[in-house]
Write a protein that binds this ligand. Structure first.
Ligand code: ARG
Length: 466
């Protein structure tokens, strides 16, 4: 342990398993760039207060840029005593520019603020990438919704399908409306992600280990250099908390939850029994035994990731829950879920994008799944327009459904006489209520499934994607 960066007070060696258990270099090396940029900004700020000279700063900067180059080239050699990315970079800086000057880099600084700085920089940049991937995905979704809203005015029925509640056919909706239903969930996720970004993108540097910085360091200047939009409020909270990661993991739990339900719908719609959609070969796999199988593994994995996302969120929440202020090594457990969740959510977005871009839609199968009883509400609404109180109208319409079921005659094929036997107020224009197109077009209030209402949703969503 005497050989470690912090080894001054130690005389005994560290147990080899303890060294492995303690070390984070295996994964935190992914943030070498953030670590180096943070160090340069910190050293520059130290040179402004005069605690290091301008010359020393320039030497440090030059050395750090060389270390960064080594990482980029893949020539950086991790040494047995390199515990984490911070100590590895500083150790190497010492070899490049000499220990005396390199030893001044950490003046007034703690790894507790450094680690938070690296993670905040890295995560906010990844959030930006996830944001653009989500935008790209939503653009594909709305392009499909727009082109499949049924632009053929003489054939409005093209892309109508059953909407379900309790997994039972409920009311006819546009296929484009189903697309926009899930897009609406993802829109909320996009907005939430942008809010998470604001809280992640705050600079911790200048907080020290927990108590603050003694050298009048300019925290705002550091924040500006590193692209942060502000600084964290309190030094103790800064080193103690990983809420910015938990918040991202929470976001990911909600988002993957939405993706999972979207995937579940498509899995069901893709079964032979439904046959509304067909998944492209590029996103399907076969069976090692059954030659006939084409499985929707892409969608199943998308659905499956939600469990992992929730586990990561719950796991880190539990890790942080009882930690005494300020820093404790437990916090290091925030790294792996952060790195993993970012990687798989980006992959998921790429897969979801490809799935929806290549999906075959089968409007004839959607159409075939509609049945006239799904217009029972429309019949009740027809009666309401004739002045019948809704509760009574509901009851009358229910009797028509029962008659249709008992006689096995589709509701629209019942004679006017049969209908009038149930209620004398029925007139010939009840025939209008037995059209899927009119049913859908009647839902024209904002958010509904009429052509204009769906187009309205597309426009509203497009506005936040530009
Ligand atoms: N690898 C550590 C972490 O992620 C860095 C911070 C170390 N700080 C400390 N006081 N040991 O938490």
């Amino acid at each position: 342990a005497a050989g470690m960066l912090w080894g001054g007070r130690f005389t005994g060696g560290i147990d080899p398993l303890m060294h492995k258990y303690n070390a984070s270099i295996g994964y935190d090396k992914a943030l070498y760039k953030e670590d180096i940029l943070g160090s340069i900004a910190f050293a520059r700020a130290n040179s402004k207060t005069g605690i290091i000279t301008e010359d020393e700063f320039q030497t440090i900067e030059r050395g750090l840029l060389q270390v960064m180059e080594e990482w980029k080239q893949g020539t950086f050699a991790i040494m047995p005593n390199d515990e984490d990315i911070h100590t590895a970079n500083e150790r190497r800086l010492g070899e490049v520019i000499g220990k005396d000057t390199a030893g001044k880099l950490h003046t007034g600084r703690s790894r507790n603020e450094q680690v938070v700085c690296d993670m905040r920089m890295w995560l906010r940049d990844r959030i930006k990438e996830i944001d653009s991937q989500l935008v790209a995905f939503l653009k594909v979704v709305i392009a499909r919704a727009e082109s499949e809203i049924s632009l053929l005015t003489d054939n409005l029925s093209d892309y109508l399908m059953p909407g379900y509640t309790h997994s039972q056919r409920a009311q006819p909706v546009r296929w484009a409306h189903w697309l926009m239903a899930h897009a609406a969930a993802f829109k909320q996720d996009l907005e939430r992600l942008r809010q998470v970004f604001e809280r992640v993108n705050l600079s911790p540097l200048g907080c020290g280990a927990l108590a603050g910085n003694v050298f009048q360091i300019d925290r705002h200047a550091i924040a500006k250099e590193l692209g942060f939009s502000g600084i964290t409020l309190n030094s103790m909270n800064t080193s103690a908390d990983r809420d910015f990661i938990i918040e991202f993991l929470t976001w990911n739990s909600i988002f993957t939850n939405h993706i999972s339900r979207w995937a579940e719908d498509l899995i069901v719609y893709g079964t032979s029994e439904f046959g509304f959609v067909r998944l492209a070969d590029a996103y399907s796999t076969g069976s090692s035994l059954m030659p006939n199988k084409k499985n929707s593994d892409s969608l199943e994995l998308l659905r499956g990731k939600s469990g992992r996302a929730f586990g990561q969120m719950a796991g880190l929440m539990m890790t942080m829950k009882g930690l005494p202020y300020c820093y404790a090594k437990d916090s290091q457990e925030s790294w792996e879920p952060m790195l993993d969740s970012v990687e798989f959510v980006m992959d998921s977005l790429g897969i979801a994008n490809g799935v929806v871009a290549t999906l075959t839609v089968r409007p004839e199968r959607m159409r075939a799944a509609l049945d006239m009883t799904m217009l029972a509400t429309d019949v009740a609404e027809w009666l309401v327009k004739k002045g019948v109180p809704f509760r009574e109208a509901h009851h009358i319409s229910g009797r028509i459904v029962a008659l249709s079921e008992n006689t096995e005659v589709s509701m629209d094929q019942l004679t006017l006489e049969q209908l009038q036997e149930i209620d004398s107020r029925f007139t010939a224009d009840i025939a209008d209520a037995f059209k899927y197109e009119s049913s859908v077009e009647a839902k024209s209030a904002p958010g509904g499934t009429s052509r204009s209402a769906v187009l309205g949703q597309i426009e509203a969503l497009r506005a936040i994607l530009e």
